[in-house]
Ligand binder design. Structure first.
Ligand code: FES
Length: 107
């Protein structure tokens, strides 16, 4: 099972075994990772699952889709080049060890 590592703004780290096909959001919510709110349940309409993908994984994860891009532009407190909505990142074996930072607050 690919591991996903979530790092909170205060430095807390949660390493989760995600099943292939999980999203980075769903794995976090299932394991109670703080800071991933996911109000819309993964429908790409709330932006409360915002994360910053660590630089080294950004090429593997790829860029946001068009709808996600709009939400990130309008809906998150600190948009960065590596901002993604975690409900839109599907975990694969290739992404094992994926590390994301969780913003101090969600919109
Ligand atoms: S859970 Fe709402 S946009 Fe990701």
């Amino acid at each position: 099972m690919p591991k996903v590592i979530y790092v909170g703004s205060a430095g807390s780290e949660h390493t989760i075994d995600a099943a292939p096909g999980d999203t980075v959001m769903s794995a976090a919510v299932r394991h109670g990772v703080p800071g991933i709110v996911a109000e819309c349940g993964g429908n790409c309409s709330c932006a409360t699952c915002h994360v910053w993908v660590r630089e080294e994984f950004a090429p593997l994860v790829g860029p946001p889709g068009e709808m996600e891009e709009d939400l990130l532009d309008m809906g998150v407190s600190e948009r960065r080049d590596t901002s993604r909505l975690s409900c839109q990142i599907v975990v694969t074996d290739e992404l094992a060890g994926l590390t994301v930072d969780i913003p101090p607050e969600q919109p």
